[in-house]
Design a protein. Sequence first.
Length: 137
Amino acid sequence: MTDRAGDPAPSVRFDPSSPVERMVQPTPRALAERAAHLIAAATGSTDAVEEAARRLPAYLPAAVRWQLVAAVEVQADRIARSRHPMLADMFGAGPIPWACWQAELIEPWPILADSAARLGKALPTLTAPALQVAIQQ
């Protein structure tokens, strides 16, 4: 198989070049990349997204941590459903937690790697609770 220039097309493979123990940057892309590294490098992983989230900086509020995990799981769910429609029908309406997909897929890391490529670098935005309250005079 070749690309448009006639060069051989690169095969799909995963090369975990960075150590898995480092702290994860607080971005959806970095979280998805770390989760893909965990699946490829650690055979005992059962929920790579949650395991990667444990490596997020401790200063992050729980709400931001939850939003980062949710962003990765929603994107991974979309990609997994497009690639495995029969399994998606079995799971029902989504999005579902990544652990469900990971338990059923033979090679789940490409889905997380593609999720990382599609996700942005920005932190989720939070509206402060004080700004949601209207002050009446």
